[in-house]
Structures are given as structure tokens and as C-alpha cells.
Write a protein that binds this ligand. Sequence first.
Ligand SMILES: *[C@@H]1O[C@H](CO)[C@@H](O)[C@H](O)[C@H]1NC(C)=O
Ligand SMILES: *[C@@H]1O[C@H](CO)[C@@H](O)[C@H](O)[C@H]1NC(C)=O
Ligand SMILES: *[C@@H]1O[C@H](CO)[C@@H](O)[C@H](O)[C@H]1NC(C)=O
Ligand SMILES: *[C@@H]1O[C@H](CO)[C@@H](O)[C@H](O)[C@H]1NC(C)=O
Length: 397
Amino acid sequence: MKRRRLPSVLFLLALALLSLAFRRYLSLPLPIGASRFAGGSDALLRRLAAIDVGGDQILAEAAALLANASVSTFPSLGNHHRLLYLRVPYRSNATSAPRQRTVSRLRVPFHGVPSDATLLAAFRASLRGFLLARQHHRHLHDVAGAIANLPALLLGRGGRRRAATCAVVGNSGILLGSRRGAQIDAHDLAIRLNNARVAGFARDVGARTGVSFVNSNILHHCAIHSAVTTPGCGCHPYGRAVPLAMYVCQPAHLLDALICNATATPESPFPLLVTDARLDALCARIAKYYSMRRFVAATGQPPSNWTRSHDERYFHYSSGLQAVVMALEACEEVSLFGFGKAPGAKHHYHTNQKKELDLHDYEAEYQFYRDLQERPEAVPFLDEVPAFKVPPVKLYL
Ligand SMILES: *[C@@H]1O[C@H](CO)[C@@H](O)[C@H](O)[C@H]1NC(C)=O
Ligand SMILES: *[C@@H]1O[C@H](CO)[C@@H](O)[C@H](O)[C@H]1NC(C)=O
Ligand SMILES: *[C@@H]1O[C@H](CO)[C@@H](O)[C@H](O)[C@H]1NC(C)=O
Ligand SMILES: *[C@@H]1O[C@H](CO)[C@@H](O)[C@H](O)[C@H]1NC(C)=O
């Protein structure tokens, strides 16, 4: 990472994230407080919400890559670039011979990317850090170990200060025609999601961006399209210096981060902050809790039947939810734009995607945002953190 060039906001954000993670996770496993959910089942919901089947799968994937992945590059025809393959062996059954599955295939420049062996070693080091951080958040006996994974530079920098006002800009089609642009741009920090385009939409969504929050699929697509053509992968529609904050949804994407970092230059940097594993776990709990609560209210079935409507292996919070939770700690006041639906509104303001992804429960997430605004003291998990106070949140619809 080109750390020297990270804008100061990233330092602030990282510091904030760090302390968010700590204050929250030190207290999450404590006994559950008073029930706030009708029927006295709040405690049960919290307990069930802490089971993270999808998270376990990601861990297994990371472990498999760490144990068995290979990296190999081959010159392309005509030697214009190299083709990089990330592979893992698999067997279709116990007796069949192992075969190689290609996890990722990228075009990378001929020069500037480390050798296969060096790249594999760096990838394994990232995977190891990723696994360690996740294991630590479950067994909190080594919190100091998790902190050591974060760059010492981040910790060395000055005191901890929050941004006074933040706008988290979701990508809902309700923004079209909203004329919120100037209002959004007036915030100290605008956090945008998944590299949604602002060009052509400035009147409705604004033009300034302080942090670009993405899931790692977005980075992977940047790497596929531009690892070979653009130093630092050109993953920055808001300006080259705007930092990316990213959560890892597939451990293989840690390799994309290494490649983009390796090709970065001072003119085309790749400032990246990978979110803390404990923040990921907190978001998973919140999303599942609200989804279960909605399911119970709508169907009258027990929360344990929630898996009948959601496949736990794939259920996931949306990027927006994590950006909002991050903002709760990084900002003194949080405004949310572009979260919500309206009859006739497009799903995204900037795409023609018709259908929502089944892996998210947007209605449940909207309820979380309404709770943040209207009854912050009752938001599950956040209320278990001593001395943490949800800042004022305003949801603009
Ligand atoms: C990113 O690349 C720089 C060299 O350009 C290197 O010093 C640094 O360790 C790399 N960071 C990561 C996280 O790989
Ligand atoms: C790595 O490969 C070996 C041999 O195929 C297999 O037995 C082992 O389970 C794999 N490790 C992981 C973590 O998948
Ligand atoms: C295992 O897989 C191989 C080929 O993938 C197949 O020929 C064989 O019949 C399979 N064996 C069993 C027991 O399913
Ligand atoms: C809950 O799910 C089980 C099957 O998993 C089903 O038999 C049962 O009827 C469901 N409960 C209710 C109240 O619908």
C-alpha cells in the first residue's frame, strides 16, 4: 500500500474503525441485556444472529487457499502481458484424482508484478492475517494480536478525531430527481458505495467523495478490467487519491489487492483499507437479527425457521450497511441518503439492475436505519457496548 500518500481522512477513519472494533467486540459476548422484543425472544434472536454460517464458509475458503493454492503466470500470445491463474486442487469424490480449479484469472502487466513465488508468499501472508483476525474476534483472548495486523503507522498518528458531519450515500433509485447533490456535498465527509457513478448525476447525488466503500467483488472487477492497463488498477471513479475501504467477501480477492498495490505508482496510487474482521462480524449479526425479526413478525414462525426463507450460506449484509456502521464511529453526525425504496423507483440510480439480490434483506436493513434514527438506544449489539453512544442519524428519503 502506498501508505505515505493516504489522505488524512483515511487515518482518521482507520483509527475510528479500530476503536469501534475494540469497544464493541470486547463486550459483544457478554450476557444479553433486557429483552426489548415482543414475546421476550430478543435474547433468542441475538443468540441466533451471532451464528454466522456464511462467515464460517469464508473461513474455510481462506484456509483451503492458504493450505493449497498455487499462483502461476504465463506470457500471453504476442507477449503483451501475462496471464495469472490462482488455482486450488479439488477432488470430485474420495477416489478420483485431484484436479485444479481456477479460482481467479487475471491479465497482469509483464513487469512490475512480483514473481509467482513472491506473489504466492504475499497472498498466503494476507490470508494468514485474515484468518487470524477472524479467529481472534471469536475468541477474544488475543485482542492485541488483531491490532498488530493493522499498520503501525495508523496507530502512530495523532489523536483520534471524528468527522463532524458525514453523508453515507446509498445507491437507491430514490435519489433520481431528488436534487440532494448540494446537500450531500456540504458534509465534511461523503462516503459512497461500490464505485457508483456520480458523473451525470451530480444534481441528485453530489460530486464530492471522501471514502469509497466497496465490497471486494468490486475490486476484483477493477483488477480484471484494468490490472494490465492501469497502474493501481484504476479503481477510483472519484479521483485517484480517494481511498477505498473494503470488506472481503471472498478471500481470493486478497490477491487482487496485492496485484493492484504492486502496480501502483505515485501518480496512480492504490490507497486501501481492509475493514476489521470484527466490524464484519458485527454487521453480520445486525443484518441477521433484523432479518429474523422481520421474518418472525411477518410469518409468526419461530426465528429458527428463518433459514426456510434465507439461505444462510449466502445471506449477507449489503455494503451500505457496513458503511453506515463504520460511519457511526467515524462521525459525529450521520446523514443517510439513497437508502430506501419507493413505488416506481429504480433499484439503483446508476444501473438498470431490475431485481434485488436475494442474498440481502433490504427491508430488514431499512428497519435498522430507522431504529438508528428513532430509537438508537434499542439497536441490538450496539447497546451492549459500554460508553458507546450512537451519534445522531438522519435518514433522508
Ligand atoms: C504495497 O506495495 C509497496 C511497494 O510499492 C510495498 O512496500 C507494500 O508492502 C505493499 N503493501 C502491501 C499490503 O502489499
Ligand atoms: C489441501 O489439500 C490436501 C490434499 O488434497 C487436502 O487433504 C487438504 O484437506 C487440503 N486442505 C484444505 C485446508 O483444504
Ligand atoms: C469419482 O469420480 C470419478 C471421476 O470424477 C468417477 O469416474 C467415479 O465413478 C466416481 N466415483 C464414485 C464412487 O462416485
Ligand atoms: C418451522 O419449520 C418446520 C420445518 O423446518 C415446519 O415443520 C414447521 O411447521 C415450521 N413452523 C411453523 C410455525 O410454521
